[in-house]
Ligand binder design. Sequence first.
Ligand code: ACO
Length: 177
Amino acid sequence: MPDPFTLRTGDPRSPPLKMLLIRPAIANDAALLLAMIRELAKFERAPDMVTNTEEELARDGFGDNPKFRALIAEWNGQPAGYAIFFDYYSTWAGPGLYLEDVFVRETFRGRGIGSALMAEVARIAVEERRYGIHWSVLDWNERAIELYKALGAEFRDWWRPVLLSGEALQRLAEKAK
Ligand code: ACO
């Protein structure tokens, strides 16, 4: 387990280093992560969509075969936000990252924490020679969209997100020979 590290972006607008700590999450953070995942789902107007449990998160993030990596942002020792990301692979460009969630608790917003979480994921992507980071954002989430535009992200509206799940997934699976 690497030591927790403080973020140093070199940006003069960055929060004071003593206040903000961004560290990799550990198994003991599963309950905290789940609480913040629920807060994000509520913000995204889908509070009942979280079916994941603390045990499943602990297994999937911190077990033998981790499915995701997570960062926790602490402000003066208080849990203030998180980011969750995992491997992406493009047949065109090779290994990338997929950012599933970035979230800052309401009372901590506007202090540079979200930007710092994004910067840390970008630092990891560059260090690991990933070609880029993919993510999705709801079309009404203007504050997040403004942040992503300011970062120089490209909005790929000509690609439509697709999900197959539930009964439709079962039906198709049963057609497999
Ligand atoms: N009003 C409007 N815009 C603001 C405000 C505010 N009060 N505060 C910050 N911003 C915008 C500005 O563009 C700002 O850039 P600037 O400082 O150069 O002006 C930019 O956000 C970044 O500011 P931060 O302080 O770094 O952002 P914050 O810590 O508030 O985190 C985030 C941004 C993550 C979007 C946060 O507002 C949040 O968690 N929102 C609710 C959940 C959410 O939308 N998550 C992203 C969903 S998409 C996904 O998960 C992949």
